[in-house]
Design a protein around this ligand. Structure first.
Ligand SMILES: NC(=O)c1ccc[n+]([C@@H]2O[C@H](COP(=O)([O-])OP(=O)(O)OC[C@H]3O[C@@H](n4cnc5c(N)ncnc54)[C@H](OP(=O)(O)O)[C@@H]3O)[C@@H](O)[C@H]2O)c1
Length: 335
């Protein structure tokens, strides 16, 4: 079937996807969202990108997470997504919750990076053009800028919402104290922060340990986890070495030296626990995150529809016993 004739599954909202309320907002997000950091760059054809995105939407994934610099090269994921919006998803715009971000280096010169008003507004205008959108549902400040006054960055976010270019605002990877300031600043201007995006997975529990996750909850914001599979380490992908078609082999952000002997030992032990639960390691790893009630959604990456289908199974996972949770903790501390 030609891409332009895409007809979404009529079962997309009855096939098992569950939705969680995002903080104290009116927004429900799917337990599993799809991120376009990797796998949607220039080397991918329109058909390859569309296949995964359509598969996601067919299965009730309504939330797609992008950023200005996703590719490679920078901007390519938004462009590919924009082509899909134009050719097939346009009629379903109101069923989609699309986010983008700015904060990392995007273009040359002094105005293409960090948290200035100049950069954020120009970047969002570019993103909207690339994605063929009139507005994004959610705009994030992608990282903390230690130099630009927080008031400048935050007021720009407020203004972006007031201009109708984004419906909601989110914060990603900000330290605890600055985030406290942001929650208060945004709330006082009637543009409360919708969500905090941070890395959280079985291996990396920093947002839980630092209190950032609880802080989001206490401020009425949701928490969404990125890299929930530790970029693929928390799957069976690397159990037998580094496959050719993998993020490590392809020169992605996951580096070969992440796969130490200790990490491999932990992955194997976790894989055994998943096995004993009758699950894949990917499925168990996502279910472990969703077991935390402070989580609104997990943003998975996927290089194929097969991976995405496996990951979607986490939604129906059986609960964890105390003993299993303890075994997972022990596996993570193996040396
Ligand atoms: N806010 C931020 O600063 C920030 C930072 C990073 C990410 N993010 C967001 O989070 C999203 C997800 O991050 P991520 O891509 O690192 O997520 P991830 O889900 O931890 O890793 C995705 C990768 O894991 C592998 N994989 C996924 N499912 C698998 C399965 N069932 N079996 C085997 N391998 C599987 C694939 O790698 P292969 O390519 O090797 O097949 C896939 O590309 C990004 O797209 C982005 O939207 C945000």
């Amino acid at each position: 079937m030609a891409i332009s004739q895409y007809i979404p599954s009529t079962n997309r909202y009855s096939g098992g996807m569950k939705y969680r309320r995002c903080g104290k907002s009116g927004i429900l997000l799917p337990e599993i969202s799809l991120g376009l950091w990797h796998n949607f760059g220039k080397s991918k054809s329109h058909a390859e990108c569309a296949e995964i995105i359509h598969h996601a939407f067919d299965n009730g994934i309504t939330h797609f997470d992008l950023a200005n610099n996703y590719g490679p090269p920078y901007g390519a994921a938004e462009e590919n997504f924009g082509n899909i919006m134009k050719t097939s998803l346009h009629p379903f715009r109101d069923e989609l919750f699309i986010s983008t971000k700015a904060g990392y280096d995007m273009w040359e010169g002094p105005y293409g990076n960090w948290g200035s008003r100049k950069y954020l507004i120009a970047s969002l205008n570019q993103s909207l053009k690339r994605m063929n959108l009139e507005y994004v549902d959610l705009f994030y400040i992608h990282r903390y800028d230690p130099i630009t006054p927080l008031e400048e960055t935050l007021q720009t976010l407020v203004d972006i919402v007031k201009q109708g270019k984004a419906l909601y605002i989110g914060i990603s990877r900000w330290p605890h104290e600055a985030t406290d300031f942001a929650y208060k600043y945004l709330r006082e201007r009637d543009v409360p922060c919708l969500i905090f995006q941070g890395r959280y997975n079985i291996f990396d529990r920093e947002p839980e340990e630092s209190g950032v996750m609880q802080q989001a909850h206490d401020n009425g914001a949701g928490f969404i986890s990125f890299s929930p599979l530790a970029q693929g380490l928390l799957t069976n992908k690397y159990l037998q070495g580094i496959p050719d078609n993998s993020r490590i082999a392809n020169g992605g952000h996951l580096k070969k030296d992440s796969l130490t002997e200790t990490t491999l030992k932990r992955i194997k032990a976790l894989n055994d626990i998943a096995d004993s639960r009758g699950q894949s390691l990917a499925e168990m790893s996502l279910a472990w995150i969703l077991n935390n009630k402070l989580i609104t959604s997990v943003i998975v990456g996927a290089s194929s529809t097969t991976q995405l289908s496996q990951n979607l199974k986490a939604i129906d996972s059986m609960p964890f016993s105390e003993e299993e949770l303890e075994k997972i903790n022990v596996a993570c501390s193996l040396i």
